[in-house]
Design a protein around this ligand. Structure first.
Ligand SMILES: Cc1cc2nc3c(=O)[nH]c(=O)nc-3n(C[C@H](O)[C@H](O)[C@H](O)COP(=O)(O)O)c2cc1C
Length: 162
């Protein structure tokens, strides 16, 4: 029931449970994401700008809407006592090929879903990461009331005009 621009519902999800398909996910994992291999379920999220609202001034909503649906899924999983961890660290082309997903889709994320495991199942590095305090930017550095933050004029270093 996530909202989406003009109710286009541009998200597509593939729930991956079969061992052969889970193996394909494992092979496509990149970076330090081996921690995700014991997960019994992965939810693959795909979309394309043409599936969502594309406004004349250049604003595209498919990725935004897919993120909303992903968050709903993760909140619901958490309410069920599950852990739902989003991942961008995988090779999408390899995964699309192995899973038979049409090439034109953007596979934007995987969500690994599992019941909470034991600390002892983790590598030293992942255990340390897991024990770290969860932090976010100070609220007043991202939310401002009634006026844009004074001095926030400079674009990020790699800014490109859209
Ligand atoms: C789009 C997206 C991609 C992510 N990719 C990965 C990933 O590949 N590997 C990983 O361990 N965590 C990944 N994460 C989790 C973030 O690293 C994590 O949410 C962030 O560091 C804050 O940590 P916390 O949610 O535990 O507080 C991802 C989160 C999002 C929303």
């Amino acid at each position: 029931m996530a909202p989406s621009c003009c109710n286009t519902q541009p998200w597509r999800m593939m729930v991956i449970t079969a061992d052969t398909l889970r193996a394909a996910v494992h092979d496509a994992l990149a970076g330090d994401n081996a921690w995700a291999e014991p997960a019994p379920v992965y939810v693959l999220l795909a979309t394309h700008p043409e599936l969502g609202c594309r406004l004349d001034d250049g604003r595209d909503y498919a990725l935004f809407d897919t993120g909303l649906a992903a968050e709903n899924l993760m909140l619901q999983a958490t309410a069920y006592g599950l852990v739902a961890h989003p991942l961008s660290g995988f090779r999408p082309c390899a995964l699309k090929e192995r899973l038979g997903i049409p090439e034109w889709y953007i596979v934007i994320a995987l969500i690994a879903v599992a019941y909470p495991g034991e600390d002892s199942e983790l590598s030293e590095r992942d255990r340390a990461a897991e024990r770290q305090a969860r932090v976010r930017r100070p609220i007043d550095s991202v939310i401002w009331f009634d006026s844009w933050k004074a001095g926030d004029n400079a674009p990020p270093p790699a800014y490109r005009e859209l």
